[in-house]
Write a protein that binds this ligand. Structure first.
Ligand SMILES: [Zn+2]
Length: 362
């Protein structure tokens, strides 16, 4: 049974109303209310103040933290006002409530640097909380692949990489030149250094650039970019680029082969998705994931978070259903694109001139 908890102080009767509305929906849908000090809570709803958004410190990495911040002033730019609050409260998602005497506007601000609006009509309280619950449900119900097992058994002739890692390096630079590894908010400037270290340790947060890329080495083994590394400058094998050799489904663990002398970094959280696609489609030689969009593509309907089994399965399913799985372009709702190709060049040829940098948010 998935559990949820509230943390932080409720400041007024409006926040009380909001908390009770969420509580009703969650418990009606079978979620168990828990104390925030408990371990292994799936979803924490953290009420925070805009001036100093206090983070909830996770006790388990698989805990999703949704911070709720209320303000009485409509910001010029929701993302610009909300994103620093999302990061400073060390959350996976921010619910930004803009309450004026006339209206209530509810914005969801995501780590992928997008946001969307949930309308509220006076007297339609139940419909409002139902919508919010629908947005939170994928967070509360999905499962993260968070474990990396590093085996220092990479053959010596691969310690400096191979022709495939060279292609990944070049592709990373190319996407950098296209300005598609977005990092418009300098996270390290927003956060005190202690919080920044915490963010970096946290699964799913803290990448200085988003997106990832991979290419097959042989059989089901593939090279993939590391988590939170600078993808415009992929250098070190075992840190910037890692070799995935296996997935252990019993332990939800990616097995990685690294040079023996290296302090390895985690592989990108989407490794499980790439693994599913490579093992199912031998014709796929490369995969690129960017936070951008293209017209006229199939898309996932539910906004599962990065690195979850559910997102990986949904994307793998759309790849399977596409006309040519080895040359598929799949949209991830409110998030970005996953593109397969025979190799990285094949991907660039097909997206050239068609990329829309801003992901549509719905
Ligand atoms: Zn992503």
């Amino acid at each position: 049974m998935a559990s949820y908890a509230f943390s932080g102080e409720l400041q007024n009767s409006f926040q009380q109303w909001f908390a009770e509305g969420l509580h009703r929906k969650l418990s009606f849908n079978g979620y168990q209310s828990a104390d925030p000090s408990q371990e292994n809570i799936r979803l924490v709803l953290n009420f925070a103040e805009p001036a100093s958004p206090r983070p909830y410190r996770r006790k388990a990495q698989a805990t999703y933290v949704v911070s709720i911040v209320e303000t009485d002033e409509m910001p010029d730019q929701v993302l610009k006002a909300g994103y620093p609050l999302l990061i400073r409260s060390l959350s996976n998602l921010l619910i930004y409530l803009v309450r004026t005497p006339e209206s209530l506007d509810t914005y969801f601000v995501t780590l992928e640097q997008g946001y969307y609006h949930v309308p509220y009509q006076i007297g339609r309280e139940d419909a409002y909380f139902e919508q919010i619950f629908q947005r939170l449900e994928p967070l509360a119900s999905s499962n993260l692949i968070i474990n990396n097992d590093f085996h220092p058994d990479l053959p010596e002739d691969l310690w400096e990489g191979d022709p495939v890692t060279e292609q990944i390096r070049q592709a990373g630079r190319k996407i950098e030149a296209m300005n598609l590894w977005p990092a418009p908010f300098p996270i390290q400037d927003i956060l005190p250094s202690e919080d920044f270290r915490h963010v970096k340790r946290l699964y799913g947060i803290g990448g200085l650039s988003y997106g990832n890329l991979s290419a097959r080495r042989e059989d089901s083994q593939f090279w993939m970019s590391g988590s939170g590394v600078n993808k415009g400058d992929l250098k070190t094998i075992g840190q910037d680029i890692l070799l995935i050799k296996e997935f252990d489904s019993n332990r939800n663990t990616m097995l990685l082969s690294v040079p023996p002398q290296i302090q390895p970094r985690r592989v990108s959280v989407d490794a499980i998705e790439h693994w599913m696609i490579y093992t199912e489609h031998p014709q796929v030689g490369a995969i690129v994931h960017i936070h951008a969009w293209m017209e006229g593509i199939p898309s996932t309907q539910v906004n599962y978070p990065c690195g979850t089994v559910e997102l990986a399965k949904t994307v793998a399913e759309l790849v399977r259903e596409s006309d040519n799985p080895s040359r598929a372009i799949i949209g991830l709702k409110n998030h970005g694109l996953t593109i397969t190709g025979h190799d990285l060049d094949d991907i660039f040829e097909r997206i050239d001139g068609r990329i829309i940098p801003q992901v549509p948010m719905t």
